[in-house]
Design a protein around this ligand. Structure first.
Ligand code: A2P
Length: 270
């Protein structure tokens, strides 16, 4: 189907989502309302963003049925373990005021302040709780975020359900080639967070020049680039004109131009 990706369990997800990382709770109500008003039907949040309450309120107050909105949230990176996961999930659905989630992700393989730590065993216990929530019908799909190939492989080897999603940073200059190939091989949908490199690539002369060629804005080129690589972009903005702009992606980048963009150096790599 057009405008959706399909997980390996058959669940469909709108192919662009509204990212809410770095939107404070006070601003989240208006931002999410603007997104819904302008046609977004997929909202991405996390317990760690501390905005679930107003994200949920905005969805509830908007004139749209629950099942018409795809809601993703995430288990905080520092929370690992079976029981801990079930409890954090309950906190999230209470914050959001919903009785099920469309997608729930392990936010990272390790706590943010212990980046790179081997948490394989903890992640396996955590994943078993995710599977339980999934099997109980409380989540329509389960996945991971910031996971490497070996992090994912450990789950696949020890558990029943292959993650439906890996949400990773993905933007022009950071094309994650081998991880993407691995995910594709296992039918894992890759979601692209920071598709604008948190705004840092929008002044790139090469990106500007190419966006002019297509008659679009640099942001639109960056977001379309994700779709050309079959990743699902999650752009964030708190400005309505940008929220609108970021969802108008009705053009295609030629394969030659995608290659040129692939060759751009990562602005965030030192
Ligand atoms: P703001 O929220 O003030 O509009 P990413 O999605 O990669 O995390 O990037 C988000 C950053 O890019 C935010 O600082 C956001 O600012 C900015 N941004 C989002 N959309 C656009 C746009 N269409 N044009 C310019 N800047 C944008």
């Amino acid at each position: 189907k057009e405008n959706t990706f399909v997980f390996h369990n058959g669940v469909e997800i709108p192919n662009i989502g509204f990212g809410t990382w770095q939107i404070p709770n006070e601003e989240a109500y208006d931002a999410v309302t603007m997104a819904l008003k302008n046609g977004y039907t997929h909202i991405d949040t996390a317990l760690a963003y501390r905005n679930e309450e107003n994200v949920g309120k905005a969805i509830k107050d908007f004139d749209i049925a629950r099942e018409k909105v795809f809601i993703t949230s995430k288990l905080p990176a520092q929370i690992k373990g079976y029981q801990e996961t079930l409890e954090a999930f309950n906190e999230t659905i209470t914050n959001l005021g919903v009785d099920y989630l469309d997608l729930y992700l392990i936010h990272a393989p390790w706590p943010w302040d212990e980046k790179g730590k081997d948490c394989t065993e903890e992640n396996i216990q955590t994943w078993k709780a995710m599977e339980k929530l999934y099997n109980d019908g409380k989540i329509r799909a389960i996945g991971v975020s910031n996971f490497s190939k070996s992090d994912i492989q450990a789950i696949i080897d020890a558990c029943e359900i292959v993650p439906m999603v890996n949400q990773i940073p993905f933007y022009i200059g950071h094309d994650q080639k081998s991880l993407l190939a691995y995910c594709k091989e296992h039918d894992i949908v890759v979601e692209a967070y920071s598709p604008l490199a948190t705004g840092q690539i929008l002044n790139s002369p090469e990106i500007k020049e190419m966006s002019e060629k297509y008659g679009v804005t640099p942001a639109q080129l960056c977001i379309r680039y994700c779709l050309e690589h079959e990743t699902l972009p999650l752009p964030k903005s708190t400005h309505e004109e940008r929220i609108i702009e970021n969802s108008k992606l009705d053009f295609k980048i030629t394969p030659e131009d995608v290659k040129k963009l692939d060759a751009i150096e990562d602005v965030r790599a030192k």
